[in-house]
Design a protein around this ligand. Structure first.
Ligand SMILES: *Cc1c(COP(=O)(O)O)cnc(C)c1O
Length: 458
């Protein structure tokens, strides 16, 4: 018999309580947090969809591996395991461990960047853009045109515009730091990138002699979409598809907090020896020695195991289909979404949900507040709070989209948690016309969404 019910392909061995609060309590908590969910205490959150980063539940095997962790300063056995696993997956000879993705980003983009340099991506993730801009360089996003229309169906909406890439590489000849393909395209709606697109990007980079890097945080989720949507890929395993993609690149940056199923970790993988040596120098100065790079031996052990588990077909099937289940149900309720549904998250189009709130009153941040007050559901705005900038006259230059991301932690929530979220959205749909926008009362220069303070508009 072919079952329609998607079950979590695991049993629960260890549980963590969720504290349930009332709407009145949450109204106060949100006010105390200056309407910024990053400033809430996690104890006051019912369902935490803020991020899928570092929030995974580890397996019994990973926990057992933690006990096996070799905490030697140099030449740790756990490092050798992690290195072998990452080498086998990426096919790259030089592997640098880092404490998370952005540490790898700071090292490589700090080294390749600087004033006058440009970086080109399908969409730079927020920390990627920040590390590039912090070096003085410029980050340019060139997703395919289809990416901007949230309602449009396209199998690989995370793809890079290769025609535009070719044009930019000609225009900026000699000043390109790197081309970065982010899979799946997180800030661009969690949308997958096809192998054909990666091949196109690779060929153009080779032609122009430019470094091609993969931001591979969600490489296994991306492989699921390739296997099921791209011609000729059905017979390959998820891992083989990932390996084909790595083979097209010169290097990769990974936040292991995503598709390595761990709470902390990352790496930088490189083909070129001279570039790797320069990066290792920076690694030792700021992260740690080359055989631990800011990680404990037990963390490296868990990464080595997680990188295998993530390609398990039953896990990946459950992962993608359960995200789709949430998306489908919200779509049926009439919630405007980024379509098709991506791998790790469902993205709500807040511009369409709150057409009465202009970008400078942050329609996405308004929805984030509503979801928290009504259901204790913590989400994150990916719109003009995160990516908006200011014009010379002080007015807001809005982001291209006003999205709210419901990122689903891996192996953490069950079907009934998801049903609870769907029920909350039914109520959201009844009230969305009365929701008010916000204004920013305090903000830092970089990555303002993490610490900014807000105030509801009268
Ligand atoms: C999370 C993430 C990063 C940064 O990784 P951290 O581990 O959070 O520092 C970089 N790129 C993408 C696409 C990400 O999702």
């Amino acid at each position: 018999m072919q079952h329609k019910t998607i079950i979590e392909p695991f049993r629960i061995k260890s549980v963590e309580p969720i504290s349930v609060s009332t709407e009145a309590e949450r109204t106060q908590y949100l006010k105390d947090a200056h309407y910024n969910p990053f400033l809430l205490r996690s104890d006051n959150v019912v369902i935490d969809f803020m991020t899928d980063s570092g929030t995974s539940a580890m397996s019994a095997k990973q926990w057992a591996g933690m006990m096996e962790g070799d905490e030697a300063y140099a030449g740790s056995r756990s490092w050798l395991r992690m290195e072998a696993e990452v080498r086998d997956l990426t096919g790259m000879p030089h592997i640098l461990p880092t404490h998370q993705g952005r540490a790898a980003e700071r090292i490589i983009y700090g080294h390749l960047g600087g004033p006058g340099k440009i970086f080109i991506s399908n969409t730079h993730f927020d920390t990627t853009r920040a590390n590039i801009e912090f070096s003085g360089a410029t980050a340019i996003d060139i997703p395919i045109a289809e990416n901007k229309d949230t309602a449009l169906q396209h199998p690989f909406k995370g793809n890079m515009d290769v025609g535009e890439l070719d044009r930019l590489l000609k225009e900026h000849k000699g000043n390109v730091g790197a081309v970065i393909l982010t899979v799946t395209n997180n800030s661009g709606g969690g949308q997958p990138v096809s192998l054909a697109n990666a091949e196109g990007v690779s060929a153009i980079c080779k032609l122009h002699g430019v470094l091609f890097l993969l931001d591979c945080c969600r490489i296994s989720e991306n492989s699921w979409f390739i296997k099921h949507r791209e011609n000729g890929m059905e017979e390959l395993s998820y891992r083989e598809i990932a390996q084909r993609m790595f083979a097209l690149t010169d290097g990769a940056v990974m936040s292991a907090k995503k598709d390595a199923l761990v709470n902390m970790g990352g790496f930088l993988a490189l083909k070129d020896e001279a570039l790797a040596e320069a990066c290792i120098n920076l690694l030792i100065i700021t992260e740690g020695f080359a055989t631990y790079g800011g990680l404990a031996g037990r963390d490296m052990e868990a990464i080595a195991i997680g990188l295998r588990e993530i390609f398990d077909p039953s896990y990946l099937d459950y992962r993608i289909k359960s995200t789709l289940f949430l998306g489908k149900k919200l779509h049926e309720l009439g919630v405007p979404l980024m379509l098709p549904i991506g791998g790790h998250a469902v993205y709500v189009d807040a511009k369409k949900l709150h057409p009465h709130i202009p970008p400078h009153a942050y329609p996405g941040q308004a929805l984030v507040g509503e979801l928290y007050i009504l259901g204790g559901i913590r989400t994150v705005e990916i719109g003009s709070v995160m990516f908006g900038t200011y014009n010379a006259d002080g007015t807001l230059k809005p982001a291209p989209m006003e999205l709210v991301r419901l990122a689903i932690p891996r192996r953490v929530y069950t079907q009934s948690h998801i049903e609870y979220v769907i029920e909350t959205f039914a109520e959201i749909m009844k009230r969305c016309e009365q929701v008010r926008g916000l204004r920013i009362t305090k903000e830092p220069k970089f990555l303002r969404h993490f610490t900014a303070h807000f105030e509801p508009l009268k």
